[in-house]
Design a protein around this ligand. Structure first.
Ligand code: NAD
Ligand code: AHE
Ligand code: ZN
Length: 373
């Protein structure tokens, strides 16, 4: 079939809208009509050329929602007409990691996903006149296409009364932020929490921290325009590194938290910020969760003494959520009014304006832009 898609031809080049070829689903795969997709900072990161797994040309996008239109042989868990959210972290329920129950990082298809192809090693997408070159999938999702093909284990079936243009955000940002609080860190009621980076992920960490009953929720951002929205979602104190001095951020947080945070979260992808996030944690038990994705080659550093004295450095991917199990529940939370997604979606646009969505994010003028097909 033919489908309309935004194609990334190379690093730092604007996406162009193309009509591309899409092969139907093979065994174990589903064809999905993407109804809406968010633009996450990780899409911008890969487009910037700093992703060590970045491939071009590719159809980016990993934060979608839509409808199953066709299923391949052997697919049993979804059928045409089902409403689904694609999962860049699938849940096969059979691999060593899924069976361990210790992590959400299902390994069933991770290797081929990182190479921009389906589990059989080939792409379902092709684009004339570049037909001789493969057109790569992205994070196993490619939601910047009106239709896409996904492995059955990489879709979460969700209720049919939920609006696509809102629940697409659960495909990454909402789940990543709230999940990091409840599944990865297991923040306790009364904890002091610090969130570095008040964008599409950090604000969901804040609403997760408020949900579990955190006491102080301190937000840190170099963009003062983020303060108002963060306060609306539960931030109690704001620290602007440009105002207090970058070298005084850790002290400022220790002063606000009687010696250090119980939990901190990096939602910037900046390795210097990750160090501040660890070092502002309380001696003996403070845990810092790395969510931000850093450029290829970047490394984190701290004095080992920080760890010897009990601070813990952890990472979180997709909020530690098990996609097929947890995503439908998070959709329910939204529909029951337990979480706020609507106010975080600051811009909605057609596919033709997708580059504008990227610009708004880069300029810090949006929280989430959503493309509606
Ligand atoms: P965003 O652009 O919406 O927000 C980033 C925020 O960080 C902005 O408000 C920006 O002003 C702030 N910031 C930048 N530099 C800063 C600094 N030095 N100090 C303080 N604040 C600073 O991006 P997003 O969509 O929220 O994504 C945030 C990060 O999370 C990105 O690195 C993204 O790739 C990553 N991410 C990770 C996962 C995961 O599963 N681990 C999932 C989604 C996104
Ligand atoms: N390709 C990057 C890795 C990027 C990364 O860490 N991605 C996160 C999700 S970001 C969503 O917005 C993730 O889930 N990581 C776990 C995994 O298996 O990729 C690189 O650095 O090579
Ligand atoms: Zn994302």
């Amino acid at each position: 079939m033919k489908t309309r898609a935004a194609v990334a031809w190379g690093a730092n080049q604007p996406l162009t809208i193309e009509t591309v070829d899409l092969e139907g689903p093979k065994a174990g795969e589903v064809l999905m009509e993407v109804m809406a997709t968010g633009i996450c900072h990780t899409d911008a990161y890969t487009l910037s050329g700093l992703d060590s797994e970045g491939l071009f040309p590719a159809i980016l996008g990993h934060e979608g929602a839509g409808i199953v239109r066709e299923v391949g042989a052997g697919v049993t868990s979804v059928r045409p007409g089902d409403h689904v959210i694609p999962l860049y972290t699938p849940e096969c329920r059979q691999c060593k990691t899924c069976l361990s129950r210790r992590s959400n990082l299902c390994t069933a298809i991770r290797a081929t996903q990182g190479k921009g192809v389906m589990p059989d090693g080939t792409s379902r997408f092709a684009c004339d006149p570049a037909h001789e070159k493969p057109l790569f999938h992205y994070m196993g999702c490619s939601t910047f296409s009106n239709f896409t093909v996904l492995p059955e284990i990489a879709v979460a079936k969700v209720r049919e009364d939920a609006p696509f243009d809102k629940i697409c955000y659960i495909g990454c940002g909402v789940t990543t932020g709230i999940g990091a609080v409840i599944y990865t860190a297991k923040v306790w009621p009364g904890a002091n929490v610090v969130v570095f980076g008040l964008g599409g992920i950090g604000l969901n960490v804040i609403q997760g921290a408020r949900m579990v009953g955190a006491d102080r929720i301190i937000g840190v951002d170099i963009n003062p325009a983020k303060e108002a929205m963060a306060r609306k979602f539960g931030m109690t104190h704001f620290v602007n590194p440009k105002a207090v001095g970058n070298d005084k951020v850790v002290q400022a947080i220790q002063d606000l938290t009687d010696g250090g945070a119980d939990f901190s979260f990096d939602c910037t992808g900046n390795v210097n910020v990750m160090r501040q996030a660890l070092e502002c944690c309380h001696r003996g038990w403070g845990e810092s969760i790395v969510i931000g994705v850093a450029p290829a080659g970047a490394e984190i550093a701290t004095r080992p003494f920080q760890l010897v004295t009990g601070r813990v450095w952890k990472g979180s991917a997709f909020g530690g959520a098990r996609g097929r199990t947890d995503v439908p529940k998070i959709v329910d939370w939204y529909m029951e009014g337990k979480i706020n997604i609507d106010d975080l979606i600051t811009h909605t646009m057609p596919l033709e304006q997708i580059n504008h969505g990227f610009e708004l994010m880069e300029k810090g003028e949006s929280i989430r832009s959503v493309v509606v097909f």
